[in-house]
Ligand binder design. Structure first.
Ligand code: ACO
Length: 360
């Protein structure tokens, strides 16, 4: 039996291909580096959803997404204390759960817009700040930063577009598989996205980048990295931002995000000292992991530089998973549509190893 379905092929897809040995990610025929460097989120959305919806021309799609952000903001209920006591990803999940199940482009845009609007609203409300209404005339990336109350000029919007495009889809990862299982039952897009959100939340998947910031803060200085990491590994902890089920080499998304961080530069919110600390921690972590797991290549994954980029863009660490979800919602939706169009009900079997009834 394949523990954790390791190596099992459970779907055919035209959406993305993860080559774990070469360290290559192709999304609809494009290398992730090209997507990160040259695409806006709206363009990546059009690329990913092509053939799965009756898409309008790109400018019209961007307009409709902007209108969906405004509609999501107007329909947002008051963010009450019970909601705000939840973790941000739980609060955003609860807000998205209010959207009825559907299967058309409008339902899909409403879900993408919901993640983009609810995340900054929840972040601000938890800080005691009023929500900022979206400006549908801005690009999706710039508008999210604007709703956060963060710098949202061209440099920041470009860096955030690079992030959103980099993580928009990634093969049959845990959250995408969860979304496809739900879609295979005939449930609608909101249900599939809820499944994706729930799987993404875990620290072994999309919950990793927040703890990366905590790790960097605790280490504090490059000279302390080796001892800190050694102690963490001695305690049996996993180093967040390292290792991957599929990649046996460096995750190509890490470099796409590091490039985006470099392009952002000090003027845009980048912090050269922070980056030097992160690079020192990365080197020390790789040394430790190679020494302790010589037979299992463990390298840096997407979440390590996600943490630095989202921090530079002024997202608080406890909301990083929500920001990941903003992009990946588009991927879950495309996979849900692909599954619903061609797939059978996903229903594997388990091997019963419990007791048998005793004959009377
Ligand atoms: N730190 C320390 N040890 C690790 C790490 C790590 N980050 N990753 C794997 N290992 C160890 C495992 O404990 C295991 O050791 P063992 O054989 O003594 O039990 C060995 O390496 C092999 O583990 P894998 O089979 O490669 O792990 P798996 O494929 O089950 O898990 C995962 C992959 C969950 C990503 C893991 O590497 C991990 O926990 N990383 C830290 C969390 C993280 O960064 N998650 C984000 C992943 S990217 C994403 O989902 C968007």
């Amino acid at each position: 039996m394949a523990q954790g379905l390791d190596g099992v092929i459970a779907a055919e897809t035209v959406l993305s291909d993860v080559d774990g040995l070469a360290g290559r990610l192709v999304i609809r025929g494009r290398d992730v580096a090209g997507l990160a460097a040259g695409f806006t989120f709206e363009q990546a959305l059009a690329l990913l959803w092509d053939g799965f919806f009756d898409l309008p021309a790109p400018p019209e799609l961007a307009l409709r997404l902007g209108r969906a952000r405004r509609a999501a903001f107007e329909a947002m209920p008051p963010l009450d204390p019970a909601l705000l006591a939840l973790e941000p990803i739980e609060a955003v999940r609860a807000l998205i759960a209010r959207q009825p199940d559907g299967g058309d482009l409008e339902a899909a845009l409403t879900l993408v817009a919901g993640a983009a609007v609810f995340t900054p609203a929840v972040v601000r409300a938890r800080q005691g700040l009023a929500p900022i209404a979206p400006d549908p005339g801005r690009s999706h990336a710039a508008d999210v930063l604007h709703m956060l109350g963060a710098p949202s000029g061209p440099a920041q919007a470009r860096a955030f577009d690079a992030y959103l495009c980099t993580v928009i889809d990634h093969g049959l990862n845990a959250s995408t598989f969860a979304a496809r299982v739900v879609a295979s039952t005939g449930a609608g897009l909101t249900s599939a996205v809820q499944a994706g959100l729930s799987a993404l939340k875990g620290p072994l998947h999309g919950g990793a980048p927040g703890p990366v910031i905590a790790m960097l803060d605790e280490i504090g200085a490059a000279g302390r990295a080796e001892a800190w990491l050694e102690a963490a590994l001695d305690r049996g902890e996993r180093l967040m931002g390292f290792g991957h089920r599929i990649y046996r080499v460096r995750d190509p998304r890490a470099d796409a995000l590091k490039d985006a961080l470099g392009a952002l530069g000090a003027g845009g919110g980048g912090d050269a000292a922070r980056l030097r600390l992160a690079e020192a921690v990365e080197r020390a972590a790789l040394r430790q992991l190679r020494r302790r797991k010589p037979d299992r290549p463990l390298d840096v994954n997407v979440e390590f530089y996600t943490a630095l980029l989202l921090e530079a863009l002024a997202f608080p660490p406890d909301a990083f998973t929500c920001v990941f979800a903003m992009a990946r919602t588009a991927g879950w939706i495309a996979h849900a549509r692909e599954q619903a169009a061609g797939g059978r009900l996903i229903r594997p079997q388990s091997l019963y190893i419990g007791p048998r009834p005793v004959a009377a």
